[in-house]
Design a protein around this ligand. Structure first.
Ligand code: OAD
Length: 256
């Protein structure tokens, strides 16, 4: 892959930075999966989800309680779009680094499909591959069939409605996973930020948290955005092109 001279220079800078690091984690968003064919949320392009749909109706508890069938239908449409989707070169490049924890806002499982061990992936926003009971006191959770997801139905344990196992606006992140992600970001040499607008909190706050604890930050994203503004090295490009070049030949375990 040929890069223009500015990006090539930044890549060399980022590789030199990484060569001095042992504790590196990745923090990703929808841009990581864009080259697999999944829509992002906020890109200016007309395909992005929140330019076509209203998140207050489709990604909030109030929206779900007002129109559960409509919300479930929308997630089931997204699930069909996820069926058969394959990891791209960016997922594979991250998977080539078994010591690197993957903190992700993505609800797909493309990192795992690319070969990242499931305990190495911290899913901050849940999973579109599962349903769970909407009753916070009930832990019932089931895998869904992406090609033929179930329609609205009651929880077989408590009778409350089942819902997608994703985190909606106004809901808490899964507490244990969030604690682990914060703890990790306080101990890093470098945080690799990939394909996120870094606008949704508390997840986006991990970048500032890492910086406050002396981590360097490398950002890969075609748009500078809120993440790029916090970068020590900003790589303006597609994750599927830049990440393989960035991580090629790296083995964090062998860094001094
Ligand atoms: P956004 O859609 O907000 O941001 C996607 C980012 O990916 C943008 O900065 C794009 O420039 C970048 N991007 C697009 N294509 C890319 C590519 N090929 N390589 C690298 N970067 C690329 O998505 P998130 O930041 O993930 O919440 O959004 C955060 C949360 O908002 C999501 O987890 C979701 C949404 O509402 C929930 O589902 C709870």
């Amino acid at each position: 892959m040929e890069f223009d001279s500015e990006l090539a220079g930044k890549l060399a800078q980022a590789r030199a930075l990484l060569a001095r690091c042992q504790r590196v984690a990745a923090f990703s968003g929808a841009g990581l999966s864009a080259e697999s064919g999944l829509s992002t949320f906020r890109d200016p392009d007309p395909d992005s989800l929140w330019s076509r749909f209203d998140p207050t109706e489709l990604a909030s508890v109030a929206g779900f309680e007002a129109n559960p069938e409509g919300v479930i239908d929308w997630y089931n449409w997204r699930r069909r779009a996820h069926a058969g989707v394959q990891p791209n070169a960016a997922h594979r490049a991250l998977a080539s680094q078994p010591r690197m924890i993957q903190i992700t806002q993505n609800v797909d499982n493309l990192l795992e499909q690319a070969g990242v061990a499931s305990q190495q992936v911290y899913h901050l926003h849940g999973s579109i591959l599962h349903d769970r009971c909407h009753n916070p006191g009930c832990t019932h959770r089931v895998a869904v069939e992406l090609e033929a997801p179930s329609t609205s139905r009651a929880c077989p344990r408590c009778g409350e409605r089942m819902r997608p196992a994703v985190v909606w606006f106004g809901e808490n992140l899964p507490q244990a996973t969030w604690n682990r992600a914060q703890h990790l970001c306080m101990q890093l040499d470098c945080l690799l930020v990939v394909g996120t607008s870094a606008t949704v909190y508390p997840a986006a706050g991990l970048i500032a948290l890492a910086r406050q604890h002396d981590s360097r930050v490398i950002v890969i994203d075609p748009s500078t955005g809120a993440a790029g503004e916090q970068a020590d090295v900003y790589l303006a490009g597609q994750a599927g092109e830049v990440l393989p070049a960035l991580l090629d030949g790296f083995d964090l375990a062998s860094n001094p």
